[in-house]
Design a protein around this ligand. Structure first.
Ligand code: ADP
Length: 435
């Protein structure tokens, strides 16, 4: 069923997708594009790893070299404007913004995209706009940091400036723990997969006061400056440190209506303060008696497989059936009016299965039993057999994902936990074999 309009000249509508990897989300965009009759043009900085079922001719780019990458994409596309641009993952957001500007498409101002990727610039922007902000200070990891450790208010949070997925984020309660966290972060930022990004921000550390409270994630869309929340996710597990591993996301939120309104207003305010303008956003915030503290507003959709927890339905006259977040984003990217599209009614949730310890992942038992738990829709184990797995704060992946749906969020929460209890992972702890 081809639902989308065709661009002038009878060619299929084209969306330029900028992504680091050929991960799950790219496959979801591929499926959504197939359903919607959109052709994806793909630009990646990992072209050597493409196994490409959905696009022909990925354009090689380097996310750290935006000027040349803009030129490469313009040249590869013969300066023919795509109908929309979407960034998948954090790293391409600035290039996506620059390309949107170069092609004359709505998008984010490049400076705003850069601010959204940089935790210190984000803090400064929110503070300048008078939004709730914790104490914060940043410093170069190359210099002496004793004075910073001595004056930080405790409890505090030490974090890298431009990583994501809580990687490298550590709560510290004393100056000694803070100094140890700086050292650990130095080592983490020297890892090859971080260095290859060639990001100057990876020489810097941010220290913030710890914000107590309940945490929420918000998936939303900006449409020429107007913000719309697509879903508020509760994070039912307390995230008090020392590490901040994401586990369960549940939607709809059980927070009182008034709190939900405050959350949406705070995210909209933060997006405005950062200067974001047009496209998907994924935001995190903590709520306590002092108000809503926005942790970040990323200029991209929710990552990895998690988007599968969201299904949408068009409220318009034209019944379109259920659609994925990726399909909704493709439609928005090409300028369709998606104001009538809303999240499907059922409660839904995802568990990102944490890595319990460093080692070599060997096998898992109990997946079938986990899939049979009432309400569970799917269990996906994404860890690769016989490959090393690394937990937070150094790691950046999960063992897999569990998805559940039900009439009510608490039942979904139970289903996710029951399913997880069936899974028995065999992890070889022989540290001698772990690189
Ligand atoms: P990332 O972009 O890697 O997710 P964040 O800055 O969003 O980094 O931090 C990751 C997690 O760490 C947050 O979701 C939150 O649980 C926790 N966290 C970060 N900063 C603070 C803070 N100042 N106070 C309390 N918790 C925090």
């Amino acid at each position: 069923m081809v639902l989308l309009r065709r661009a002038d000249g009878g060619h299929l509508t084209r969306v330029l997708l900028l992504a680091t990897t050929t991960g799950y989300q790219i496959r979801s965009f591929g499926e959504a594009a197939g359903r919607a009759g959109v052709r994806l043009v793909f630009a990646s900085d990992r072209c050597d790893r493409l196994e490409d079922p959905w696009w022909d001719g990925a354009i090689p780019v380097r996310f750290h070299d935006e000027t040349r990458s803009v030129d490469s994409v313009m040249a590869a596309m013969d300066a023919a404007r795509p109908d929309g641009i979407i960034a998948v993952g954090d790293r391409p957001v600035v290039l996506a913004a620059r390309l949107a500007r170069a092609f004359g498409l709505p998008g984010h101002p490049p400076d705003a995209a850069a601010t959204s990727r940089h935790k210190v610039l984000t803090r400064r922007a929110l503070q300048a706009a008078g939004l709730p902000t914790p104490w914060f200070e940043s410093a170069s990891l190359d210099g002496a940091l004793d004075a910073l450790a001595a004056r930080a208010p405790y409890p505090a949070v030490v974090k890298p400036v431009a990583l994501s997925g809580s990687r490298g984020v550590m709560r510290v309660d004393t100056p000694e723990a803070c100094a140890a966290a700086f050292e650990r972060l130095r080592r983490l930022l020297a890892l090859p997969d971080v260095r290859v990004e060639r990001d100057e921000a990876h020489r810097e550390v941010l220290v913030e006061s710890f914000i107590p409270g309940a945490e929420y994630a918000v998936e939303g869309l900006l449409d020429r400056g107007a913000f719309r929340a697509l879903a508020i996710f509760d994070k039912p597990d307390p995230l008090d440190g020392p590490l901040f591993e994401e586990t369960i996301y549940l939607t709809p939120s059980l927070a009182p209506e008034a709190v939900q309104r405050q959350i949406v207003a705070a995210i909209a305010g933060a997006a405005r303060a950062i200067g974001l303008h047009h496209g998907p956003i994924h935001a995190e915030c903590r709520v306590n008696a002092d108000g809503v503290y926005v942790l970040e507003v990323a200029a991209r959709p929710i990552g990895g497989l998690c988007s599968r927890a969201l299904r949408f339905r068009s409220g318009g006259l034209q019944a379109t059936g259920s659609m994925s977040l990726e399909e909704l984003l493709l439609r928005h990217a090409v300028g369709e009016d998606v104001t009538g599209v809303a999240r499907e009614g059922a409660a839904s949730g995802v568990m990102m299965i944490p890595i319990p310890q460093r080692g070599i992942y060997r096998r898992v038992d109990g997946v079938e039993q986990a899939r049979e738990v009432r309400g569970v829709e799917d269990v996906q184990i994404t860890a690769k057999r016989d490959a090393p797995i690394v937990p937070l704060p150094e790691g950046r992946s999960y063992l897999g994902f569990i998805f559940a749906r039900g009439p009510e969020p608490r039942m979904v929460d139970r289903a996710l936990r029951d399913a997880h209890a069936h899974l028995r992972f065999e992890i070889d702890r022989d540290l001698a074999v772990v690189p």
